[in-house]
Design a protein around this ligand. Structure first.
Ligand code: GA4
Length: 381
């Protein structure tokens, strides 16, 4: 048997992690029934202890999820050249939006995945986002169209299919975004209720009502990696390296392929954590606390470190909505939490963080590496 000392070329720049085993599964993923009367306090408890929870009985129609997932699968299955045509370009001035392959951000992070990152303008995919506008079918038609005459059959077919495919994708994405914005509102209102902050729209409005809020939709495809099956049986490529999300809240859906891992901390030792796998459950969503919500709760909630390990045999497809506020929004602990502390509660009276706006934080985040602790520079001594 030939034993290779290093991974194949395609994987050279991607770090390996120990392949997850069934024993790594998080026993008892924190789950919240969003339709239950006591949901607000369950949400707060889960966000404090874990920084994430599985949302069940969430009210999102399965058809909405399936339509976008189908479109994502179709897009990722199209020829590489067609996908590359939706790229945001390379280099420091490149746009983070559009199609990306293995490169994450602008600072050298690599993962075994391809993705589409789309900006959301109010309640729709932004017009400037390079959402898929053609498919395999279109590319095939184009090759056969050997005419430059606009009125020839081939050309008309191309034009028609281009706008058609684009519309189907956009409609599916917009419908999904609308469902995610609804869930973000529900969860953030529950956070306010559970923390005793009023009005209950204090956080939700920053993401859902503010017309300038900064929202994103990310579609990730982690292709299977059978190359490693024989040569590195105990290792899997990193799909998306460990990181925390900078926004207030992220809502993740995945197909039934495993791969997501979260860092679980000891109750009283923040530096000590263990990576555990979150078993996939396509009927639910995972709600993840971002850095900005950690700051707004003065550290009561924790933004959870998470990562994805690519599967050797199965494709993983995930769709994540990121809810951030407007660029000018001040990110600081909610006043009512500090006031209550000052009036004798047991929470901290002073902010643990230097003040910043979302725009400033975002700028700093885009200069960082994926695994950096982005809040560390903002921590007060
Ligand atoms: C992590 C969360 C979101 O996926 C994302 C990512 C962004 C990107 O892929 O362009 C970042 C990453 C994320 C944080 C640090 C920077 C920026 C890659 C990276 C190395 C879209 C986001 O908002 O921040």
């Amino acid at each position: 048997m030939v034993v290779l000392a290093k991974p194949p070329a395609a994987l050279e720049q991607i770090s390996m992690v120990r392949s997850p085993s069934p024993g790594d599964n998080l026993a008892g993923v924190p789950a919240v029934d969003l339709s239950a009367p006591g949901a607000a306090s369950d949400v707060v408890r889960a966000c404090e202890r874990y920084g994430f929870f599985k949302a069940v009985r969430h009210g999102v129609d399965g058809g909405v999820v399936a339509r976008l997932e189908d479109e994502a699968v179709r897009f990722f299955a199209s020829p590489q050249a067609a996908k590359d045509a939706h790229g945001g370009g390379r280099g420091p001035a490149s746009s983070p939006f559009g199609y990306g392959n293995k490169r994450i951000g602008r600072n050298g992070d690599m993962g075994w995945l391809e993705y589409l990152l789309l900006a959301i303008d109010r309640d729709e995919i932004s017009d400037s986002s390079p959402a898929p506008s053609f498919s395999l079918r279109f590319v095939t038609v184009r090759r056969n169209a050997s005419t430059s005459n606009k009125f020839a059959d081939g050309y008309v077919t191309i034009e028609f299919m281009t706008s058609c495919m684009s519309r189907v994708f956009r409609d599916a994405a917009n419908e999904y975004v609308s469902a995610m914005r609804g869930m973000a509102r529900t969860v953030l209102e529950m956070v306010a209720d559970g923390l005793g902050v009023s009005p209950r729209g204090t956080l939700a409005d920053m993401v859902v009502a503010d017309k300038a809020s900064d929202q994103l939709l990310r579609l990730n495809h982690y292709p299977p990696c059978p190359l490693l099956q024989n040569i590195m049986p105990n290792c899997s490529p990193t799909g998306f390296g460990e990181h925390t999300d900078p926004q207030l809240i992220s809502i993740l859906h995945s197909n039934s392929t495993s791969g997501l891992q979260v860092a679980i901390h000891d109750d009283d030792d923040d530096n000590n954590h263990q990576w555990v796998s979150v078993p996939p459950d396509p009927s639910s969503f995972l709600v993840i606390v971002g850095d900005s919500l950690q700051v707004m709760t003065n550290g009561r909630f924790r933004s959870v470190k998470h990562r994805v390990v690519a599967n050797k045999l199965k494709s993983r497809v995930s769709m994540i909505y990121f809810g951030g506020p407007a660029l000018g929004q001040r990110i600081a602990p909610l006043r009512q939490l500090l006031q209550r502390a000052a009036a004798g509660g047991d929470e901290e009276k002073e902010s643990r963080y230097e003040e910043f706006t979302w725009g400033e934080y975002k700028k700093a985040a885009y200069l960082s590496r994926l695994g950096d602790n982005r809040l560390a520079p903002f921590l007060r001594q």
